[in-house]
Design a protein around this ligand. Sequence first.
Ligand code: PLP
Length: 304
Amino acid sequence: MNAIDELAAVKGVAYMDGRYMPLAEAAVPIVDRGFLRSDVTYDALHVWKGRFFRLQDHIDRFRASIAGLRMSLPHTDEELRGILMECVRRTRQRDAFVMVICSRGVQPPGTRDPRLCRNRLYVYAQPFLWIANEEQRRDGFRMILSKTQRIPPESLDQRIKNFHWLDLTMSLFEAYDRDAAVTVLPLADGTVTEGPGFNIFVVKDGALATPNRGLFEGITRRTVMEIAADLQLRCEVRPVRAEEVAAADEIFTSTTAGGITPVTWYEGRPVGDGKPGKLTMRIHDLYWQRHEYDAFCTPVAYHD
Ligand code: PLP
């Protein structure tokens, strides 16, 4: 496939500079600091059966990320909701993946002062994305503990959603080299953080634990914690050591791009009996059930 065919295969709708356009035509200026310096933040949302899941929670988190990078946008929440809706509406997809991005913008000539940039909003919607393929969703991920460490929270507050993905991306090469699909990245102190595009949970003796440092605090992770509370399961948010992951009864990942995925193979060994864990699958089912709750859902008005 040449570059033009690659782009043509990208289906969806984007918004930038006050205009909606086919996703394949949406181009960021090459001198945008979002591209040149990864000076950008974003949020990723999804629409399921025609309704946004936890829309306001995503917008609130996006605002917190923007404030964390000392950026600002002139749009009200209502305007943002309207743009996100319109992108999805134009795609006509009932199940969609939506990105809302705030970049530092283009540097005015003669300065490198980031305060002088006008921050830019980019939004796009495309058909729903799964980080796991069908086989992985059924049988579980094969995961390794990467040698690559996560960028430490002292260097970058990972609660601000960011495109500093080279640690995550390079860890994936380690996974592929070792016949695995995903990784969990450690910090220097031997605790684990998260993986490329997801949070991680371990289950031991019926209790859940998820790491508390050096990671992005996912909305799916939050939903899992709420499900655990409803089920009256212990769910600890605390440092989780790599050895605990290796000794877990069950492991699963959580992300907007596909929800809950079991991990059935870790560091060369089956997790539990090597099948998706019972508690994992219960939480998986309850996660999707939550997409029926009106309180979490905002319908997209598809009609013209
Ligand atoms: N961690 C990272 C690095 C991510 O990129 C993501 C999702 O995009 C997550 C965790 C999960 O967050 P959420 O559940 O809000 O999708």
